[in-house]
Design a protein. Structure first.
Length: 395
């Protein structure tokens, strides 16, 4: 397979009868702007791979050399290859489920490379590119989805929290952590990732309130891939998501989520605000989910194929590759070597997953209570007897 391939195909959306409510909503200019994503979009690299000037954000990427751009390209390619292998493994029955990042590589890599080692990252469950940039081994991301562990890595090793399945709750964790480091006087910041669907959760609104009131050094990074499973963003808001920050008293900015350079610049700006004691920022990375919400989802049932095709032309990897080919001395050898490296990663991940050992069934009873608990002891004994009954039946 090629590292630049965009997965999944779709079918035309089935026409639906418009209700009176939908007719009224369609007339809303705010909703139309939110749906089209054309409001105040920060962009440094066009879909055609051309560099555009931005007086406000250029200075935040002034140090990015051609070698650094090749590094960002490698990050995106390796993240996509790992993600593609995970999808294949799930289809082969090796994983129970997998949430693909396809199409969101620039948002994740650009924002993650803006962080410092001492910053703390709170992901949701799709931030595989962020994990890559934070130094988490790709194999460790798969244990939870295979059902052999509860996360697979120590969050404090890379300042990268475990994946959070409960939608939006990690924003509260991030806010609390940010409030803590502010009280400690630490010169670091926190970044919390979530999607457009999570933006409708009460936890996110509470996080905005607390972070604003306590001036917490946290960046809320919303990857607006436009589909909360089968619900489009226009069914959740009548204004662009980044404008919600205004109501809580802190700035919001919308960035082209398929532009890795713009995502890097905007996130660097937002993180610096946090470190300087200026409080939270909401970054809305306007991107697109090219594949399914998870491998249990079929986007052809609710999404028009024409929409996906239009966004394929904005592919974040092809965009940067075009720039590298046309405006730097990056030759074919670089891309060929990277292709080989990515395939090696795919084989490594495949072998690692198939070699994962089943967990100790009794381990789930450990660490629930510091000093033990009579009820847990009773449940452990009952479960042990239940497991032993299978061995007796097979004797």
């Amino acid at each position: 397979m090629t590292v630049d391939s965009a997965a999944s195909t779709g079918a035309a959306r089935t026409p639906r009868k418009r209700t009176a409510a939908s007719k009224t909503a369609k007339k809303s200019p705010g909703r139309t702007a939110a749906a089209k994503g054309q409001t105040d979009l920060v962009q440094l690299l066009t879909p055609e791979g051309k560099r555009v000037k931005n007086t406000e954000y250029d200075k935040y990427v002034a140090d990015i050399t051609d070698d650094a751009l090749r590094g960002l390209y490698r990050d995106m390619v390796m993240s996509r290859r790992f993600d593609a292998e995970a999808v294949t493994l799930q289809r082969q029955g090796e994983l129970g489920l997998w949430p693909s990042l396809l199409g969101q590589e620039a948002a994740q890599v650009g924002s993650a490379r803006a962080t410092r080692d001492d910053d703390y990252v709170f992901p949701t469950y799709r931030e595989h590119g962020v994990a890559w940039c934070r130094g988490v081994e790709p194999e460790n991301l798969l244990g939870m989805f295979r059902g052999v562990n509860n996360g697979g890595w120590d969050p404090n090793t890379n300042n990268f929290h475990l994946y959070t399945i409960v939608i939006g709750s990690q924003t509260l964790h991030a806010t609390g952590y940010a409030m803590g480091i502010a009280k400690d006087g630490a010169d670091s910041a926190v970044i919390a990732y979530f999607g457009d669907g999570a933006s409708s959760q009460g936890d996110v609104a509470e996080s905005f309130t607390f972070s604003a009131v306590y001036n917490a050094p946290v960046v809320f990074f919303c990857q607006n891939n436009q589909w909360a499973i089968s619900e489009p963003t226009e069914k959740q808001t009548r204004v662009p998501l980044y404008q919600r920050a205004q109501g809580f008293g802190f700035p919001g900015v919308r960035v082209d989520g398929n532009d890795v350079l713009a995502c890097l610049a905007v996130t660097r700006w937002a993180l610096q605000r946090a470190r300087d004691g200026e409080g939270p920022t909401l970054v809305e990375a306007f991107t697109y989910r090219m594949g399914a919400h998870t491998t249990s989802d079929d986007p052809t049932k609710y999404r028009a194929d024409e929409e996906r095709v239009a966004w394929e032309a904005k592919d974040p990897i092809l965009r940067l590759r075009t720039y590298l080919e046309n405006h730097t001395d990056t030759g074919a050898e670089f891309f060929a070597e990277l292709e080989t490296e990515s395939e090696t990663l795919g084989r490594r991940v495949r072998e690692a997953v198939r070699g994962m050992r089943n967990p100790d069934r009794m381990a789930m009873f450990e660490h629930g209570y510091a000093d033990g608990h009579a009820l847990v002891d009773e449940e452990r004994a009952q479960f042990a007897a239940y497991q032993a009954s299978f061995a007796e039946e097979g004797a």
